[in-house]
Design a protein. Structure first.
Length: 469
């Protein structure tokens, strides 16, 4: 018989027999997504029977009904199923954990093979909690399966039906809910949005996909500036957030100048962000090709910090920690990649016949980067470092027009697509509807205060667990 030496603990909230919940919690701190799936020790735990569902019937024909009521709240009185809760550590594999739980090797192989029909065990990550199930109705207990929850909306189980292991998956239906948030910026957009409960994934879209083309995040943001955003969360019926959906509208008011962007699908079904005039936000080049960086040196004559004399600085420097991702400023082809003297690790991208960009002092190159390879705007091409002639980790960034370096911060960047005719008319109607949704027509719900901003849940009685509620 298998040993059952484990610590018994009481779990107050169980999801279908598993105390496994990865949920987003409203927060007034920058970290709005909090995973509550950490194990309380480094080992295995046996959940108290009082917090578990009704014991499944053991039937040689039907097997254990492990996943049918994965989110039930039934009370257990005499549950013959012992659940040992184990949290995966870095480097652990499911096979290793099964063997540590004294599961016979042949049964472990059969279980892993069955699991692959609904879930790839290689996707299990460190911190994932798995409940190992043992039937105590006869003797000391025989292994009968596992349960785990890889996502808020999914529960997975593998059970022994008396003949073989069978895998099952239960999906929890998701609802689409809109949230509108506005707030004042005291130091940075990231901090202000986080204090107002905006999820990190939404913040990333605001910074990297919407406003990165026009906003210099180091110089343009001033205390007292404001932001607005309308976004969608996919949520379970009980208010747990599964993931972020569309970010359909956002606005920044910087030094009194208002910038508004609206999500719109063109005639071919391609989504993009457009200004109120119907101009695509996409431009030839990103203004800042690295996140969270500070401008440390501008374009022009300067006293070189290492050489000790004045020298033309033909680019701009962005200070950032080593390893910070560097993005391609625009679509193009890699013309040069490799070590380049004082530049250190260097990449040059040709965007068209006239425009090229260069990136220097990288610690390493991005995966798959090679000479002649095509890159997309926003793709990671390397990471900040201090190779070559450098006094510390930073990105040296150059823009070349006609083979001559020009100031990246002042170069005129042509806009992308401009809507016209019937498509423009359709876009204007969509933009007006998004504004009405944000301001006045959120089912008659009045403004609710969240942190330093105001939030408008898009449906009456929206959950109290989601950011923006």
């Amino acid at each position: 018989m298998l040993s059952r030496g484990a610590v018994t603990v009481a779990v107050a909230a169980a999801i279908g027999g598993l105390a496994l919940a990865a949920t987003l919690i409203p927060s007034r701190t920058p970290q709005t997504e909090t995973a509550v799936a950490d194990s309380a020790g480094d080992a295995e735990m046996t959940l108290a029977a009082a917090a578990l569902p009704v014991p499944p019937d053991i039937d040689a024909q039907q097997g254990l009904s492990l996943a049918g009521d994965a989110w039930g709240d039934s009370e257990a009185v005499d549950d013959p199923i012992e659940r040992r809760l184990v949290s995966l550590r870095p480097g652990d594999t499911l096979m290793q954990i099964l063997l540590k739980q004294e599961v016979p090797k042949e049964h472990a192989h059969e279980l892993v093979s069955a699991l692959r029909s609904v879930y790839n065990p290689q996707r299990l990550k460190s911190g994932q909690e798995i409940a190992f199930l043992f039937d105590r109705s006869e003797g000391d207990g025989r292994f009968v399966g596992i349960e785990f929850q890889p996502a808020v909306e999914r529960s997975v189980s593998v059970s022994f039906d008396g003949v073989r292991f069978q895998a099952a998956e239960v999906a929890k239906p998701l609802q689409h809910r809109l949230f509108a948030v506005r707030g004042t910026i005291d130091s940075s957009l990231t901090q202000a949005a986080a204090e107002a409960g905006v999820p990190m994934a939404v913040q990333s879209i605001l910074i990297n996909k919407m406003f990165n083309y026009d906003v210099d995040w180091q110089r343009d943001i001033q205390p007292g500036d404001r932001f607005e955003v309308l976004y969608e969360l996919l949520m379970t019926e009980d208010g747990e957030v599964a993931r972020v959906g569309k970010v359909s509208y956002a606005a920044l008011t910087l030094s009194g100048k208002r910038r508004e962007l609206f999500l719109f699908e063109d005639e071919d079904g391609r989504p993009d962000y457009f200004t109120r005039k119907g101009e695509s936000v996409r431009k030839a080049l990103l203004r800042t090709p690295v996140d969270g960086a500070r401008l440390t040196s501008g374009f022009g004559m300067r006293r070189h910090p290492l050489l000790g004399y004045s020298k033309m600085h033909k680019g701009v420097d962005f200070g950032a920690p080593t390893g910070t991702p560097i993005y391609a400023a625009g679509d193009g082809v890699i013309e040069e990649i490799g070590a380049k003297g004082a530049y250190g690790n260097y990449v040059r991208i040709r965007h068209n016949r006239e425009i090229a960009t260069a990136y220097a002092h990288m610690s390493r190159f991005g995966s798959g980067m090679r000479r002649g390879g095509r890159v997309a705007q926003g793709e990671v091409i390397g990471y900040v470092g201090s190779t070559g002639r450098s006094t510390g980790p930073h990105l040296h960034y150059e823009v070349m027009r006609g083979g001559k370096q020009v100031n990246p911060l002042s170069v005129d960047l042509p806009t992308g697509r401009i809507l016209a005719g019937k498509e423009l008319k359709k876009f204007l109607a969509v933009a007006a509807e998004l504004e009405r949704t944000f301001t006045e027509e959120l089912n008659g719900v009045s403004l609710l205060t969240v942190g330093g901003g105001s939030a408008l849940p898009a449906s009456r009685g929206a959950c109290s667990k989601a950011p923006g509620c």
